[in-house]
Design a protein around this ligand. Structure first.
Ligand SMILES: [Zn+2]
Ligand SMILES: [Zn+2]
Length: 697
């Protein structure tokens, strides 16, 4: 055997076949190579020096050896990488950062005995660090290689009933393993990933040792089994899921769902999308292909998954000045106009969606068509201020987009809190923006909306939209936050005036999500007082963190928000994605969650005033006296000082300069911070100063 290995050919015998059949494999690249197509280094988790820009390996085919299938292991592919043998293109590898083993048919008629060259390369200009290797040639057809043994999986719920789920097959080297399964009426399949609409999934695999996982989104447990497959094996595996996170009274909504069929990019067909929605336990999917209004319902009926969710028609109104998800719409109404070139025009066009419309500002920190909605040159995050004076035509914004993640997981939350301080009623949204079956999968980011959830096929869409608009949500990716004030007021509520506010927060997620750090924000300012926490061993299932803050002496209104951020999930059963448009080579991933804002009527007048409203009142009341302004501001936290600075800068340059000067002197710390931080943020975004990555707090 060792002699044969040195010769480059491994011979082995498939048992149980009528005649003695001998299959052969030829290793061409042993082990993994680190390649980098272009400088600089993409992620700092890769070695500084790559083995090369591309990889070339020579191999020789004997008279007896006719290869039919190429097998390759790869990970961290973001750009297009190709494999060629001589001049023949053998594979265009999937642009997928997850580790996987894929198989490619070879043009046997063109591979004569003798010497050949295998080349792995990418012509893309964007830097991509990858691991690739373990390349072997196999003399059997691909179908035969992938069906050496068979696995028949059933996924059931706690009552023993089969349920739609995601199944993940990982080999002993930690890569997704391609199976013989193909997408059909009940399965949506990619390498190492099968979504089943029925709970059943039979498929073939090459011989080997595998870990098989079943899951159903982050409300559920993760089931797993080890399976050893040798040629000819047929193994049955039953995996049982339990619900870990209690979401009674809340529906799982993904507001940002694409298909290849109607968006023209990504890889999920509309049929595969129906199966993946069911498999991830999404109960209220919003169809948001670009500039079209598609009804998912007939496809859900056809595939027998309509009973698991209530489809909603929406549209990702994709403009040159941002992407906005709008719903609920109807299929027969005119398609919303996406040609607006400023937010006034976009807002006017979206009126056609009717008064109940939800409009979500998507991925506000990402660059599309040269426009970054909340880039520092056009937005001052801490003040929620648009530098061009545009008013946001949305009533919600994505704080989590699991397909387009950020280096700084807190940034979009801070952007949202700035808008709340500005006085905008904006609901925080978690979504997936999934265009794919498994690369960035549907429902990873999601929004739980408070509405009757007893029958997921008959969700009251109008009620859900009202609730969403009121901010009655918990949003996240892997985590959500439950919060109450004095045991009564929750997201979307106004807590009545009280001497003391007891703010109880739970960060909820399954056991397979890392424990998060939780911050409480009052008027967008992180509370520094330590909460009273419960030890992790005393936490019930589905709760990853529990703490209570006691807030006293609050004399003004405020909004309260809890945000949880933890490490991302590395396991290939639910992998958190690396930053989408990275601003640093740090490849850290995150799970995040929050609750909709709870408002406090701290001044006891029966209604809520934002920091911006207090600031505007104070400016008109106090008039031209900056010293009085400082006295007035002393009663508030820094959010009101930020708003005063923002309003004054826009109204009166001279008075603004006087305020900044005053703030540099002897004033209470929250006024100093508010005014001077605002001033720094404003200056940082002036032409010539702007760094697109600036995080303002
Ligand atoms: Zn978009
Ligand atoms: Zn999108």
């Amino acid at each position: 055997m060792s002699l044969l290995l040195r010769l480059g050919v491994v011979w082995f015998v498939i048992g149980m076949l009528p005649a003695m059949v001998v299959a052969a494999e030829l290793p061409v690249v042993v082990g993994l190579k680190h390649l980098r197509n272009a400088e600089p280094r993409e992620w700092n988790e890769f070695p500084e020096q790559a083995a090369g820009r591309e990889w070339t390996a020579e191999f020789e085919l004997s008279e007896k050896f006719r290869p039919q299938t190429l097998r390759v292991r790869h990970r961290d592919l973001k750009q297009l990488w190709r494999i060629r043998i001589d001049e023949h293109e053998i594979a265009r590898l999937p642009r997928d950062e997850n580790a996987m083993v894929t198989f490619w048919p070879l043009p046997t008629d063109k591979l004569a005995p003798g010497k050949h060259t295998l080349k792995i390369s990418s012509t893309d200009k964007a830097a991509d660090d990858i691991w690739i290797g373990d390349v072997t040639l196999d003399d059997r057809p691909q179908a035969e290689v992938l069906a050496e043994g068979k696995i028949d999986i059933t996924v059931v719920d706690q009552a023993g009933q089969p349920i739609p789920a995601r199944i993940t097959i990982v080999d002993e080297h930690g890569s997704l393993m391609t199976t013989s399964a193909v997408s059909n009426d009940t399965l949506a399949v990619r390498p190492g990933v099968l979504y089943t609409a029925t709970g059943r999934a039979p498929f073939g695999v090459p011989r080997g040792r595998y870990t098989i996982y079943a899951g159903r989104g982050f409300e559920y447990s993760l089931a797993q089994a080890q399976v050893q497959i040798t040629a000819g094996d047929v193994k049955e595996v039953r995996l049982s899921l339990t619900r870990e996170v209690d979401t009674a009274g809340w529906v799982a909504c993904d507001t940002h769902v694409h298909t290849l069929t109607y968006s023209g990019h990504g890889d999920s067909t509309i049929q595969e999308r129906m199966i993946t929605l069911a498999g991830e336990g999404i109960e209220l999917p919003i169809a948001t292909d670009h500039n079209v209004q598609i009804n998912h319902a007939p496809f859900a009926e056809q595939l027998g998954v309509r009973r698991f969710f209530t489809p909603v028609i929406g549209n990702e109104v994709t403009t040159k000045v941002g992407h906005f998800n709008v719903f609920p719409l109807t299929a027969d109404m005119p398609v919303l106009d996406h040609r607006g070139t400023d937010w006034q025009q976009v807002g006017d066009a979206l009126q056609a969606a009717g008064p109940e419309r939800i409009v979500i500002l998507n991925h506000a920190r990402d660059l599309h068509s040269g426009f970054r909605p909340f880039g520092p040159t056009r937005h001052i995050a801490m003040a929620g201020e648009d530098r061009e004076g545009w008013s946001l035509p949305a009533n919600a914004m994505e704080v989590v987009n699991s397909g387009a993640t950020q280096n700084d997981p807190w940034q979009l939350f801070n952007d949202w809190l700035g808008l709340l301080n500005r006085g905008l009623a904006i609901t925080p949204i978690g979504s997936s923006d999934s265009h794919d079956v498994s690369k960035h999968f549907v429902g990873q980011g999601r929004t739980y909306i408070q509405v009757d959830d007893r029958d997921p096929s008959e969700i009251d869409v109008a009620a859900a939209c009202r609730s969403l608009r009121a901010g009655r949500v918990m949003s996240g990716s892997g985590l959500i936050c439950k919060a109450t004030i004095n045991g009564q007021a929750g997201p979307g509520d106004l807590a009545p005036k009280s001497d003391e506010y007891q703010i109880a927060v739970e960060a909820c997620g399954p056991r397979w999500v890392p424990t998060p750090e939780v911050r409480l924000y009052v008027n967008g300012v992180a509370v520094t007082a330590k909460p009273q926490t419960t030890g992790s061993s005393a936490l019930p299932r589905g709760v990853r963190w529990r703490g209570t803050w006691h807030l006293t002496g609050l004399k003004h209104d405020a909004h309260v928000v809890a945000v949880a951020v933890g490490a991302g999930v590395k396991g290939l059963y639910w992998p958190s994605a690396k930053p989408y448009q990275p601003t640093s080579p740090d490849a850290s991933t995150h799970c995040v969650g929050c609750c909709g804002a709870i408002r406090i009527d701290g001044d006891g007048d029966g209604s809520y005033r934002s920091p911006n409203a207090y600031a505007a009142e104070m400016l008109s009341r106090i008039g031209n006296d900056e010293t009085k302004l400082v006295t007035g501001l002393a009663k508030f936290d820094e959010s009101v000082a930020v708003q005063i600075a923002s309003l004054l800068r826009a109204q009166d340059a001279e008075r603004y300069a006087a305020l900044v000067k005053l703030a540099a002197g002897d004033v209470p710390p929250q006024i100093k911070r508010g005014v001077l931080d605002y001033h720094a943020a404003w200056r940082a975004g002036l032409p010539g100063n702007a760094s697109q990555s600036s995080s303002l707090r």
